[in-house]
Design a protein around this ligand. Sequence first.
Ligand code: FAD
Length: 260
Amino acid sequence: MEIIHEPRVYLVSRQTLDRDAIDQFLDQYGMSWETDTEVGGEQLVEASGRVCYMSFGKGRKTNSEYIGNLISMKHGSVLEHASWEFVIAGVSRSFSHELVRHRAGWAYSQLSQRYVDESVANFVEPQIIAEDERLHQIWQRSVEASHQAYRELAEGLMEKVAARQNGAGTKTHQRKLSREAARSVLPNATETMIFCSANARALRHFFELRGSEGAEAEIRRVAIKLLRLMQDEAPTLFGDYEIITLEDGSEVTQTQFQKV
Ligand SMILES: Cc1cc2nc3c(=O)[nH]c(=O)nc-3n(C[C@H](O)[C@H](O)[C@H](O)COP(=O)(O)OP(=O)(O)OC[C@H]3O[C@@H](n4cnc5c(N)ncnc54)[C@H](O)[C@@H]3O)c2cc1C
């Protein structure tokens, strides 16, 4: 069993804009468009926004000016055209329970505890417990006891299910029936991994809610990591967020453009 203290966030996929197709479309209307960004998500948001007023080649010149105006005017629906995929690992089931409350603009695929054996599992320890030896000992004892109970239950349940089915049913089905019942004793600290898709508007909403001081510590750390990734990836869409370090050393996000 490994004890985990640091969430991991991977940006695994990004969109691109087909410039040839856009140019063909614009050609029909005697228009052309140059943009100063190479980032697919930023191009997509600018191109989709410019369709609204057919403002290609007109008005605000830079991608930063264009997107900055969309954000300040709260034209958030245009931001939904750009999306990315992430894998988040080294996080707990309590984290994922909070994450999946974000519905609009998100899609999820999470590790199944019915199909995947948790006999060898890792556990995520909250920082505030890890930094205190006495509390850490209590936490570790509790996690180990739950994990041991899981292993014993999974084994006992396999025998029970197999006997009840009396030769019928596949091993896969028997394991699923056993694990789905045995997992009821696994703690919230059990590590999970989750593949997510999210669009720019949904991400901004997530950064605001989960990067705030009121947010739970683990999801806040993920929000800050994800924000840093996205500020590198698409600065014109996420550059307005500041990351501020609080007195306790933890970080929060802040922007003047909330809920676009
Ligand atoms: C600090 C903190 C504490 C929390 N505590 C609790 C708690 O104790 N218990 C609890 O249950 N949850 C709690 N939550 C979760 C919270 O209630 C939300 O479920 C979560 O933050 C997702 O927010 P959302 O619904 O705005 O996001 P999304 O589901 O992504 O929705 C984004 C936005 O789309 C719009 N929208 C989405 N769906 C609909 C709809 N069906 N109808 C109309 N508009 C819609 C809304 O404007 C919404 O804000 C907490 C969240 C935070 C940040």
